[in-house]
Design a protein around this ligand. Sequence first.
Ligand SMILES: *Cc1c(COP(=O)(O)O)cnc(C)c1O
Length: 378
Amino acid sequence: MIPFLDLKRQYQAIQSEIDAAVLSTLASGQYVLGPAVECFEEHFAHYCQTEHAVALNSGTSALQLALLSAGIQPGDEIITVAMTFVATAAAITYVGAKPVFVDIDPGTWTMDPEKISAAITTKTRAIVVVHLHGRMADMDPILAIAKAHHLTVIEDAAQAHGAIYKGKVAGSIGDIGCFSFYPGKNLGAYGEGGAMVTQHAELAKKARLMRDWGQEKKYWHVIPGFNFRMDHLQGAILNVKLRHLPKWLAARQSRARLYDYYCDKYDIPRPVTLAEHEHTYHVYAVRVTQRDTIQQQLLTRGIHTNIHYPIPVHLQPAYSFLNGRVGDLPETETLAKQMLSLPIFPELSDEEVATVGEALGGITQSLRQQQKAVDYAT
Ligand SMILES: *Cc1c(COP(=O)(O)O)cnc(C)c1O
């Protein structure tokens, strides 16, 4: 059996370090925020090449506080993509703003900069870019449009810790970067977690206030806030795990190189990584036709796959109030029907990757051959 993701393998590899950190945190008597969280903020800001990091309870909270610190108001329009996890759009609606979806580039699977201008209205205030699967969106043209229209740029880097675009780290390029430390993410806590990073002191200050009820000092609330604080335990765990992250990302990239080999061997389309980009492979996905059959046949060989994401946000029942229709975002909708995510995590062995690569290659080849026969006979 080859699992899609097995988090136990990683815990076992670092168990003594994690257990020591957890036990000392439990003994510290402090369970929410605290010195381990402060230490993590300092190291994570450094890792992201930003001045400030604000540790939070989730990536969704990071997006919500990013929008609020940037001054987004009810009724504002925020340009984003529908090919993302639903949290990107949810956070926009939490602050009363309206997500305006633009299509993706069919090669990179991320926001198509050419589609942005047509979506800008007098109400547009920000662009939330999503670095899907750990592959960064083409930021330069997006930043240029944002600058021309005075729009805030927020990077949803929940899947892209450590990804690089022209020498810059994900999260440090726009005005604000948002990260998730959900256990399955490239840097995962052992529970929920998130962070917002920024170069701007005033944005960090506002987010820091809002994550803890807007308290400037105890019971002195200067702005309305939330309970979006990070647990002390998660801060301690993330401090340990951050030290291992570069090695883990390199392992993901090496598994991905091997998958690339099988994709090329069997002519299976995969997304384009632009020059000067470093993809960190939170997800390794390919495009296939007859996806259900392929997924089923892989499963009969014990190989577990996934789909990120099968239904774009503009077609989700929960967002029907945005009046999205089939055909609005053709590239997004086609991709959603074709994408298939293969197992990838740092502890996956080369043998396992080879097994998946050969199985996928064999199945797609035989389906193509069947199709040829059908086409010939009809
Ligand atoms: C995981 C994820 C989020 C939300 O993060 P949580 O920590 O689960 O709240 C937001 N955006 C994207 C693209 C994600 O993958």
